[in-house]
Design a binder for this molecule. Structure first.
Ligand code: F6P
Length: 319
């Protein structure tokens, strides 16, 4: 394989730039030429492709977002879009493609592989909801950002003896909420994977009130939602003045943490090595602190559960 491409797709995540850098430099070190596909699969269909060299990816290891821009591409879910994408690869001389993104991006990589362009996926999403891997790029940075934001909310919440209900991202999964909830010592963590009613949260707050605690933090995953309504019910049920905050897209930005930069570099390196060996339709992943790879079909069929032991630890320690 002489020329490979790299693209980022889906929601951006801190660490994507570091992964692009690793892909470009590993490829160049192994005698390959690299093309950057702009704005995910949309850019591929449109032939929006640039040449990349070792210097094109200088000074990005420390930056959030993605220098290649990103998009979610409805056109690429259609057969016609995939064929156009495969043709665009051939026209640009791209013989293999590294796709950095989430499950949706991997489905695109699988379809493109079927149309003759070997692809390797790198898991990148702040949600950590990709089943084949213990870790997705951006998760650590997002957890830390969410934690810092809730720490700030805690200052005001504590000063006023209030309850703060904070929504964190995660799409349909509660991984981000759970980790953030533990890190901020939340009184209750509401995630889609666990049934916990507002009445139960109220009962929990009332029980803890009896021990002398006067301010509370409730972390709610985006997949549960409805923080304004939850806040109203908590205030009515406990008598504690309650405010709702949705952290939103602040969680997607910022300089990647050490963990995200290092994992991105390892995964970018591993992805290029696979393409170099002529392997496509693969996903690189982290399992038990080791870089592994899976067939994309296999990876997409895996299921990831919430860490219930962690949830139990959170409940036990937040009394
Ligand atoms: O997948 C990352 C993520 O930030 C989710 O946590 C969230 O549900 C979604 O993307 C938000 O997407 P958008 O940026 O399109 O609003």
């Amino acid at each position: 394989m002489k020329t490979i491409g790299v693209l980022t797709s889906g929601g951006d995540a801190p660490g994507m730039n570091a992964a692009v850098r690793a892909v470009v430099r590993t490829a160049i070190a192994n005698g390959m030429t690299v093309k950057g596909v702009m704005r995910g699969y949309n850019g591929l269909i449109e032939g929006d492709i640039i040449d990349l060299n070792a210097r094109s990816v200088s000074d990005i290891i420390n930056r959030g977002g993605t220098m290649l821009y990103t998009a979610r591409s409805p056109r690429f879910r259609e057969e016609a879009g995939i064929i156009e994408g495969a043709e665009a690869c051939k026209a640009a001389g791209i013989e293999g493609l590294v796709v950095i993104g989430g499950d949706g991006s991997f489905r695109g990589a699988r379809d493109l592989s079927l149309h003759g362009i070997p692809c390797v996926g790198i898991p990148g999403t702040i949600d950590n909801d990709i089943a084949c891997t213990d870790y997705t790029l951006g998760f650590d940075t997002a957890m830390n950002t969410a934690m810092e934001m809730v720490d700030k909310i805690r200052d005001t919440s504590q000063s006023h003896d209030r309850c703060s209900v904070v929504e964190v991202m995660g799409r349909h999964a509660g991984h981000l909420a759970l980790q953030c909830g533990i890190a901020v010592g939340a009184t209750a963590i509401m995630v889609p994977e666990v049934e916990l009613s507002v009445e139960e949260v109220i009962a929990r707050i009332k029980a803890i009130q009896k021990t002398g605690k006067r301010h509370f933090i409730v972390v709610v995953a985006e997949g549960v939602g409805g923080v304004e309504e939850i806040a109203k019910q908590i205030e009515a049920g406990t008598g504690v003045v309650t405010r709702a905050t949705t952290l939103g897209h602040v969680q997607r930005g910022g300089n990647p943490t050490v963990r995200d930069r290092v994992r991105a570099t390892q995964l970018g390196y591993a992805a290029v090595k696979l393409l170099q060996e002529g392997k496509g339709n693969r996903v690189v992943a982290i399992k038990n602190n080791t870089v592994v790879d899976y067939d994309i079909y296999e990876a997409l069929n895996m299921k990831k559960d919430l860490d219930m032991e962690m949830y139990e630890i959170a409940n036990t320690t937040s009394i």
